[in-house]
Design a protein around this ligand. Structure first.
Ligand code: 9MR
Length: 688
């Protein structure tokens, strides 16, 4: 039960002891606003609307096909698959804003896979970002490509383009749009995960764009380690033989360094995201299990690790040296990857040996998913035991923990941890996320409240388990920062998932509270966030009914008004002595961010008296008609202009000379005046 001001409850119980009052005061999460469209190309005006070709192909208005209306854009005369229509968005897209780009594509003849991409250039160096991957397109119908794109770096050239995977066939595009939902400021008044969980560092995996603006702020507020999600993989660092590029990872590394984040290096050896040249023999053929191919492959592996690990030196303190080498469907448990097929287990031995030589300071991990599955866990255990007995320098087992709201059990997860304890090595949770889906056939447009609640319990229980093993677990990393960017949106099927602690607008979910303060998980949550709703039940039940709009005067001077919308405000008057016995306070009210229709505020209460508060209730008036829509660090209630906030379970005690701060999101229309006066436990505060 959330607390009403204790004084007010006391007044109710004293004055109308038989009354039954059950009231729910809900402050809803900020609603998703309508996206702002920054780009529309409908080709209805007979022109190409600024689109051109990437090379010498022909880009022209066409009425032969149209997705909407009568016009489209036809791209013909292509001489390479990468040629296609392209539009300059340098002055349209802003760094750090997440755009949703949509384009309709139809082949003029034949079929192919179409891709939506962005080319950007910084200092004359080009880089290519894929917004939507290969998508089958034919001449029989229009196909939509929709993806999200966030520019993370400063550029002097930025163009969106469409290309195909293999043919040079002509194709049409139509009805191109780009839009964004304005970012919300991050909640600065809630506890930082890294401060709450102190047994081990907690981190998040990120992609390039997540170091700028609000994402970067969220990362540094809550996490003390970071894993580049893709930027250190082989395809990113050595796309062609002995050509090393750190363009993706370097900005992340610089951000980590500047903000005191430790970095988990992911990953030196994997069977995915490894270019095909790596497994192509000197004869140009795919490698097989010959001595010659094995020698060449291990030499390439050694060269790769020497370069990449040396490039970052001590800036990377942990490496996932090998990733996903176990396949429990094999009787020996070894994944039949190209690595294994050509070298047997020697690629693992070589990888750890070289990593230790180049990065002697680093914790070296073997990382895998489903390590909670007994068969897989046991194969991994056996492999690590065998290799360690040989002297292979494995320091750590990484449990990825890609799980869902129903699976696995805590007991299975605990068995996973205890299994490796005898090996006396570090264990790290490396890629945790908790899908809201329990089968491939489910698909929710909006995450259902009961799933988010279940997810909060999973996070709560898993973190409680991890915290029982501080000696073994040396870090916990989540595979993503917030629900706006998760690999689970396209795996195992394409649908919106919500597996992380923060929602698509970077606001704390129930899952966050599961980790940060489980006492704040709501049992009947609003669908999109753990909005602070006050549900108050004053028992015992009795026959007294209070009609809508009744105004009840309760001695001494407390007033109760119950409106038809069942919102209640109970304000003790100044003539009632506060139960804490103190009246000395100073309030600092700050608007920390503001945007059309909304704002974020922060309120600091300083105890300027000589006695501690053992619970507090702060009242003020929002004379501009502002509404509190979400609040953290307290429980809000609002009736008309009157706002009341009571302490959360963890910040009610404020010693003399101490202070506490809570934050909130609000809505406003017209103006957003700062409240002129505040009362704490009924007594007027100084305003600072
Ligand atoms: O998060 C990564 C995603 O962006 C990539 O598309 C994907 C492709 O291989 O890899 C994802 O990361 C994987 C990680 O490297 C290893 N464990 C599984 C992760 C999720 O697929």
């Amino acid at each position: 039960m959330r607390a009403l001001p204790r004084l007010a409850i006391a007044a109710l119980l004293v004055a109308i002891p038989a009354a039954a009052v059950t009231v729910t005061v809900s402050a809803h999460a900020a609603e998703d606003p309508t996206p702002i469209t920054v780009l529309t190309s409908d080709f209805e005006d007979g022109t190409a609307q600024g689109w051109g070709g990437r090379s010498a192909e022909t880009v022209a208005h066409s009425t032969a096909q149209a997705h909407g209306g009568t016009g489209s854009l036809l791209i013909s005369g292509r001489t390479a698959a990468w040629q296609g229509p392209s539009l300059d968005v340098l002055d349209t897209f802003e760094k750090g804003t997440a755009y949703t780009i949509s384009v309709w594509v139809r082949m003029d003849s034949g079929s192919d896979n179409a891709r939506l991409s962005v080319e950007r250039r910084t200092g004359g160096v080009a880089a290519y970002d894929q917004v939507v991957g290969n998508t089958a397109v034919t001449s029989g119908s229009w196909v939509n490509l929709t993806g999200r794109y966030t520019l993370a770096t400063d550029v002097e050239f930025l163009r969106v383009y469409v290309e195909t995977a293999s043919t040079t066939n002509s194709f049409h595009i139509d009805d191109v749009t780009a839009s964004y939902v304005p970012a919300l400021p991050i909640q600065t008044g809630i506890p930082s995960v890294k401060d709450v969980v102190t047994e081990f560092p907690v981190g998040a995996a990120i992609t390039g764009a997540e170091i700028v603006t609000e994402h970067g702020q969220l990362l540094t507020k809550h996490f003390s380690t970071v894993t580049p999600g893709n930027a250190l993989k082989w395809d990113a660092t050595e796309p062609s033989e002995n050509t090393f590029t750190y363009a993706q990872a370097d900005p992340l590394m610089a951000f980590a360094k500047a903000n005191g984040l430790k970095v988990r290096g992911h990953t030196l050896v994997w069977h995915n995201q490894t270019p095909s040249w790596v497994f192509t023999g000197a004869d140009g053929q795919p490698m097989t299990a010959t001595a010659e191919d094995k020698t060449l492959l291990l030499a390439r592996l050694e060269n790769h690790i020497r370069n990449v690990a040396a490039h970052y030196g001590t800036d990377i303190g942990v490496w996932d040296v090998v990733n996903e080498v176990i396949d429990e469907s094999q009787s020996d448990g070894n994944r039949r990857s190209n690595w294994y097929n050509v070298t047997g287990l020697d690629y693992i031995r070589t990888a750890f040996r070289v990593a230790r030589e180049v990065a002697p300071h680093a914790v070296l991990c073997i990382n895998d998913y489903n390590t909670n599955v007994a068969a897989k866990r046991d194969h991994l255990f056996n492999l690590v035991s065998t290799l360690k007995a040989e002297g292979v320098p494995i320091d750590c087992v990484g449990h990825q923990m890609h799980i869902n709201v129903n699976w696995p059990t805590i007991a299975e997860t605990e068995s996973m941890l205890t299994k490796f304890v005898p090996l006396n090595i570090d264990q790290q949770i490396t890629e945790m996320d908790v899908s809201i889906y329990t089968s491939n056939s489910e698909n929710f447009t909006t995450p259902p409240a009961d799933r988010l609640l279940k997810q909060a319990y999973v996070y709560r229980d898993m973190f409680a388990l991890f915290r029982k093993y501080p000696g073994e677990i040396t870090s916990v990393t989540l595979w993503g920062l917030a629900d706006d960017n998760t690999w689970l949106d396209t795996f195992p099927v394409t649908r919106k998932d919500a597996p992380l602690l923060f929602d698509t607008r970077l606001q704390a979910k129930q899952a966050y509270w599961g980790v940060a303060d489980p006492s704040k998980i709501e049992t009947s949550p609003s669908p999109s966030s753990p909005s602070p709703s006050a549900s108050v039940s004053v028992s015992p039940s009795a026959s007294v009914s209070v009609s809508p709009s009744a105004s009840v005067s309760i001695s001494p001077s407390a007033s109760v008004s119950i409106s038809p919308s069942a919102s209640v405000s109970i304000s003790p008057s100044a003539s009632v002595s506060p139960s804490t016995g103190t009246s000395s306070c100073a309030v600092t009210y700050r608007v920390t961010g503001s945007w059309p229709g909304g704002f974020q505020g922060e309120v600091k209460i300083a105890n300027t008296g000589t006695a501690a508060y053992s619970g507090w209730t702060l009242d003020w008036q929002f004379t501009g008609g502002q509404r509190v829509t979400q609040l953290w660090g307290g429980t809000p209630a609002q009736t008309g202009t009157a706002v009341t906030v009571t302490n959360a379970s963890w910040n009610g005690n404020v010693p003399a000379g101490g202070s506490t701060t809570f934050g909130f999101l609000g809505s406003w229309t017209g103006s957003n005046p700062v409240p002129a006066a505040f009362t704490l436990n009924g007594a007027t505060c100084a305003v600072r």
